[in-house]
Design a protein around this ligand. Structure first.
Ligand SMILES: *Cc1c(COP(=O)(O)O)cnc(C)c1O
Length: 386
């Protein structure tokens, strides 16, 4: 089946629900068992079927089944946020005395978890250059248990050599975890590239409408039980309404992403030609670090990218951003609306230095008409230059 068909059909069982197209929202805490034998059977298979509300309901399982069909892998686990998907995946494979290799361009809250939690638990983190590729083998230690990737990187969009890094991780006995949020399951297939655990801030493109928090972890068969047991022990659970919103968003992911992709490329090319712009950081553009890897491994690009301006001062950038009409400022991304933010990549690095001639912006290309978005940016540049 082609992926656009999988998006529409995966995880749907209308015959189980009176023919209703979308899996209904099942709210539950207590599940009733008719016999002691049924109780005992449930205890033997805690991760299969409806067991207790915290373990999920058919709404949760529909989302998990659909994500597995799209992402590949063995099984998926719905999580209350993308960050919880990250932290729980790390906790699943790390204990006191272990070593973690973390990409230097990671989503900042991922770094914060390493610095504020893992360090206190006796886990040592070494940050590595996102462009290190197979060279990561030199950083592997006998106690390295996890190599964490995020490709492209947050804010700076370096594309990583995921197969080479995953191979080096496996050679050293470590698990390869990937934050695949930017590419979505449509544009990068983690399990074809050696990843053991792939996760998403599903809040972004999977929910797709800026109205729910959601995470997803998908794993190989070997990695499933360690992660699933960790979620069960820690007590993570997702409200069925949010799983429903994730599933509803997922059904239109293909058409939305095609448009996000096209508009982002239009804006990125327009920006690259502007005199105010030093560099556009978009994996599909020549000159973006790792662009050749993007061409080799990805089948598309989403709507989020970076822009480095020439040497403008803070007041000029503030005037530009405060006056935007369509590009609003706000965290998160992946909804239907366009967003813009000032970013400070140099503050979130330790293994590499980020030097740029001017301030950086992050742009999310929404579903508005690109001509209107360009007009908004054009007026923004007038304020920047004023
Ligand atoms: C937003 C984001 C997350 C976290 O997702 P939440 O649902 O907001 O917790 C993780 N990784 C990346 C790359 C993100 O951009």
């Amino acid at each position: 089946m082609k992926k656009d068909t999988t998006i529409v059909t995966a995880g749907r069982h209308p015959d189980d629900h009176h023919g209703i197209v979308n899996p209904p929202v099942y709210h539950a805490s207590t599940i009733l068992y008719p016999t002691v034998a049924a109780l005992e059977e449930a205890a033997r298979t805690p991760f299969d079927g409806v067991r207790y509300g915290r373990r999920g309901t058919p709404t949760t399982f529909a989302l998990e089944e659909a994500m597995t069909a799209l992402e590949g892998g063995y099984r998926s686990i719905a999580m209350p946020s993308g960050l919880s998907a990250i932290t729980t995946s790390l906790l699943a494979f790390l204990k006191a005395g272990d070593h973690l290799l973390m990409v230097d361009s990671a989503y900042d809250p991922t770094r914060r978890f390493c610095e504020r939690m893992l360090s206190g638990f006796g886990v040592e983190t070494t940050y590595y250059d996102p462009l290190i590729g197979a060279g990561i083998a030199a950083l592997m230690r006998p106690d390295t248990k996890v190599v964490f990737m995020e490709s492209p990187g947050s804010l700076t969009f370096e594309v990583q050599d995921v197969p080479a890094i995953a191979a080096a991780a496996h050679a050293g006995g470590a698990v390869a975890i990937l934050d695949n949020t930017w590419a979505t399951p449509l544009f990068f297939k983690p399990f074809d590239h050696g990843v053991d655990v792939s996760l998403h801030g599903a809040t972004k493109y999977i929910v797709g409408h800026a109205d729910a928090m959601l995470g997803i972890i998908t794993t190989t068969e070997d990695a499933f039980l360690p992660v699933k047991r960790t979620t069960a022990v820690v007590g993570t659970t997702v409200a069925p309404d949010d799983c429903y919103l994730g599933l509803r968003g997922l059904r239109t992911l293909g058409v939305r992403l095609a448009r996000h992709q096209e508009t982002a490329l239009t804006l990125a090319r327009w920006l690259a030609a502007r005199p105010e712009v030093d560099t556009v950081l978009h994996p599909a553009l020549e000159g973006c670090p790792g662009h050749d890897l993007w061409k080799r491994d990805f089948s598309g690009s989403s709507g989020l990218f970076g822009v480095v301006l020439k040497d403008y001062g803070k007041d000029a950038v503030t005037a530009m951003l405060d006056g935007m009409e369509l590009f609003a400022m706000g965290y998160s991304w992946g909804g239907y609306e366009s967003l813009i933010l000032p970013t400070y990549p140099a503050n979130h690095r330790s293994a590499t230095t980020w030097s740029a001639p001017g301030p950086s912006l992050r742009i999310h290309a929404g579903l508005e008409d690109p001509d209107d978005l360009i007009a908004d940016l054009e007026k923004g540049f007038e304020r920047l230059n004023a």
